[in-house]
Design a protein around this ligand. Structure first.
Ligand code: NAG
Ligand code: NAG
Ligand code: NAG
Length: 345
């Protein structure tokens, strides 16, 4: 769990308002995918014999308030005295760990973090007609991706699976990483190694050859623990980008060797697969296949459109064979995706 640093605000207005919230200057809290966090919300009430118990409301909020604003909110939880009601979409994932002991501690614990949990969280305390609120930004970092060996499907032992993830700026994903990606809609019908030596794959829409954990419902299919010498694909997890990924090309386009040289000329190097996925997650959108460091050819799509590889956002991979195996011949001509690390000043 990550506990946020809190900076107490001045005691200004203490005694003038009924609800006094210990507001903090919040920088976005960054937590890795599948992790847990405690979002702070601590307040005091002006002493008064007539108070009813305060009512606490946590919500996720988007956009601007006011006329013409795009404000939207999703309720997470309400609490009053000893009743805590968690909304369905958050059941099993949120609690108020400090509240049973202290009714003035409404800090929210959120576990099994998904990418879609990133955003603004508002804590509101209502006492009679008095109301006070605070907002905490949360950013869930990292992305899960499927990786297939250069020459064929299901060609990686467990040791090789861990190795290809490391070579691509990532680590082998944990079952919790894959579950968090599945909870956000990830669907991929390729059995892949995970860190606990199990082999699994996430299925949203069961179809012949691609069933989830049960025949007719979505789920993460689990083949269980396998011998490390067995061969599968792998799911990797890339956590953070400490530089930039950019697209580049020349008019006659580039072989793999030329692409590598071209990136070097630009003070960069060919991007790894993990780096490209992180750049995609941060918004990179480019319908031009380009070489990456592992000799694969891919391109990042955030706004699906015609002739850009399907209806879902994602990183597209070009394979040599119609059965989606084999990286392209290194002499073929494509663009390139380069990565430039952040300069330390
Ligand atoms: C509020 O509850 C959280 C979660 O249990 C705890 O970490 C924090 O120390 C509490 N803060 C106060 C001021 O009691
Ligand atoms: C895919 O096709 C290639 C070339 O035709 C073949 O060598 C390979 O074994 C096939 N892989 C699978 C998993 O069918
Ligand atoms: C790649 O392409 C070159 C030139 O077209 C050809 O000579 C070579 O055999 C190809 N290599 C493979 C592995 O297909």
């Amino acid at each position: 769990m990550v506990l946020l640093p809190t900076i107490l605000s001045s005691d200004m207005a203490r005694g003038e308002t009924v609800v006094n919230m210990r507001k903090v200057t919040h920088r976005p809290v960054q937590v890795a995918l599948s992790g847990a966090v405690v979002l702070p919300c601590v307040f005091t009430l002006r002493p008064s014999p007539s108070h009813e118990p305060p009512r606490i409301k946590w919500a996720k909020v988007w956009g601007e308030r006011g006329p013409g604003g795009t404000h939207r909110e999703q309720s997470i939880l309400v609490a009053k005295d000893n009743v805590v009601k968690v909304k369905k979409a958050f059941q099993g994932r949120v609690t108020l760990p400090g509240y049973p002991e202290n009714r003035y501690n409404a800090s929210l614990a959120l576990a099994g973090l998904r990418s879609s949990d990133s955003g603004m969280y508002r804590c509101e305390v209502v006492v009679g007609i008095n109301d006070e609120q605070d907002t905490v930004p949360l950013q869930v970092t990292g992305v899960v991706f499927h990786y297939r060996a250069p020459h064929d499907r299901y060609a990686l032992s467990f040791a090789e699976a861990k190795h290809v993830c490391l070579e691509n700026s990532a680590v082998i994903a944990t079952p919790a990483h894959l579950q968090a990606a599945f909870d956000d809609g990830y669907d991929n019908c390729d059995a892949g190694w995970l860190s606990d030596e199990t082999v699994r794959y996430p299925i949203q829409s069961p179809r012949p050859g691609c069933y989830g954990d049960r025949e007719d419902s979505p789920g993460v299919r689990n083949y269980g623990t396998r011998a490390p010498s067995e061969l599968f694909d792998v799911y990797c997890f890339a956590e953070g980008l400490r530089g930039e990924v950019f697209h580049t090309t020349v008019p006659e386009r580039l072989t793999l060797a030329m692409a590598s040289t071209h990136c070097h000329m630009l003070g960069a190097q060919l991007s790894t697969v993990g780096q490209l996925f992180l750049a995609w997650q941060a918004g990179l959108d480019r319908c031009d296949p380009g070489w990456l460091a592992d000799g694969s050819v891919r391109y990042p799509i955030n706004q699906p459109r015609r002739n850009c590889g399907g209806d879902e956002p994602g990183v597209r991979t070009l394979y040599h064979n119609p059965n989606r195996t084999g990286f392209p011949n290194t002499t073929n001509l494509f663009d390139a995706y380069c990565y430039r690390g952040m300069l330390l000043v």
